[in-house]
Design a protein around this ligand. Structure first.
Ligand SMILES: [Zn+2]
Length: 309
C-alpha cells in the first residue's frame, strides 16, 4: 500500500491539487533542488548509479522552475530558514553535489543565460581529480563486469578498500581514469565559478556514509571540508551538504558544528530542522523524470505529512 501511494497515487493527487494550491497549503514558498551533473554523453562512473539530465532536459527543468519560482542564492536560504528574513514569493535554490566538471562546462553557461544562481558542493579530497569517490569506483567495475554489478554496488564506505583490490585484479586503473576523464572540477574552474557570482559549499572530505562512521569522524569530515572551501576559495559563509544523507547524525553532532557551519543541507524533500541549521532539498535525479513531477511530488509528500501531524 505504501509503495502504491508513493509511486502511483502521489503524483496523481499532486497533479489534481495543482502546484499553486500546494505551495499555499504547505505555507512553504522556498524549495531547494539539487542535481549532480548534466550530461549529453555516457558517463561510465555514473551510469550504473543514476541517470543525469541531458542539456535539453535540464533547460526544460529550469524553464519550469522559472515559470513558478524565482531563483535565490544560499544566503537568502540561510536568512529564510533562520527566520531572519523570510522569503514570501515562491522561490528555489539550485545546487549540485559532488563537484563534477560538467557543472562548470555544461550547466554554468545555461545558468548564466537564464539568470539562475547555484551552489556547488565539493569534496575536498576530490577537487582537482586527486582521488575518486568509492561509488564511482564501484560503478566503473560494474560497467565492465555486469555480472558482479549488484555485489560491487553494495560495497559501503567502510568496505571501500576492497574496490581497489577488485580493480587491481581486473586491470582497472583509477588513476588513469582520473587523468583521462577528469571527472571533477579543478580549483581553477571553481575560482571561475565563484567569479561568475556562484557559491561553493562543502560536501565532506571523501564522501562517507555518515551513518557508518563515528561522530568524531563525522565532525572532522564536515569541518575539514568547510575549512578547505573557505581557505581555497575565500567563501565567507560556510555551507555544507551531507554526503548521501543526514541519516545517522545526532543532535549532538549539530551542537558540535553549531558555531562552525552556517547551514547544512539534506536530501529529503521540503523540510527544515535543528533550529534553522538544517534544510532539506529535492533530489531531482531520483524524484522524477522532470522538474514538474519532482516538485509536485515533494510538495504533496510535505502536505500529507502536515495534515497527518
Ligand atoms: Zn554526494
Amino acid at each position: 500500500m505504501r509503495a502504491f501511494v508513493k509511486q502511483q497515487a502521489l503524483p496523481f493527487l499532486a497533479s489534481l491539487a495543482g502546484l499553486e494550491r500546494l505551495i499555499a497549503g504547505t505555507k512553504e514558498p522556498l524549495i531547494n533542488v539539487f542535481y549532480h551533473t548534466v550530461s549529453d554523453v555516457y558517463l561510465p562512473h555514473i551510469a550504473p548509479l543514476y541517470r543525469p539530465r541531458n542539456t535539453k532536459e535540464f533547460e526544460r527543468d529550469l524553464d519550469f522552475l522559472l515559470q513558478h519560482f524565482q531563483p535565490v542564492d544560499a544566503h537568502e536560504v540561510l536568512l529564510h530558514v533562520r527566520n531572519e528574513k523570510r522569503i514570501e514569493k515562491p522561490s528555489f535554490h539550485l545546487s549540485f553535489d559532488d563537484g563534477l566538471r560538467e557543472v562548470y562546462e555544461i550547466a554554468m553557461p545555461v545558468l548564466l543565460r537564464k539568470g539562475v544562481h547555484a551552489t556547488v558542493f565539493v569534496n575536498s579530497g576530490f577537487v582537482d581529480n586527486r582521488d575518486l569517490f568509492f561509488r564511482y569506483k564501484a560503478a566503473l567495475i560494474a560497467g565492465i563486469y555486469p555480472e558482479i554489478e549488484e555485489e560491487v554496488l553494495n560495497i559501503n564506505y567502510t568496505e571501500r578498500n576492497c574496490l581497489d583490490g577488485r580493480a587491481q585484479e581486473s586491470g582497472i586503473y583509477f588513476n588513469d581514469f582520473l587523468q583521462k576523464q577528469q571527472p571533477y572540477l579543478t580549483s581553477g574552474q571553481l575560482k571561475a565559478w565563484k567569479k561568475n557570482g556562484f557559491t561553493i559549499g562543502a560536501h565532506s572530505e571523501d564522501h562517507p556514509q555518515y551513518a557508518l562512521i563515528p561522530e568524531a569522524e563525522q565532525v572532522a569530515q564536515t569541518l575539514n571540508s568547510c575549512d578547505f572551501v573557505q581557505k581555497e576559495f575565500a567563501e565567507t559563509e560556510r555551507y555544507f551538504a551531507f554526503p548521501f544523507s543526514a541519516a545517522g547524525v545526532s543532535d549532538c553532532f549539530f551542537e558540535k558544528i553549531r558555531n562552525s557551519v552556517d547551514l547544512t543541507f539534506g536530501i529529503s524533500g521540503i523540510h527544515t530542522a535543528h533550529g534553522g541549521r538544517y534544510t532539506d532539498r529535492i533530489d531531482m535525479e531520483t524524484y522524477g523524470k522532470n522538474a514538474e513531477k519532482c516538485i509536485q511530488r515533494a510538495y504533496m509528500t510535505r502536505f500529507l505529512k502536515q495534515i497527518r501531524s
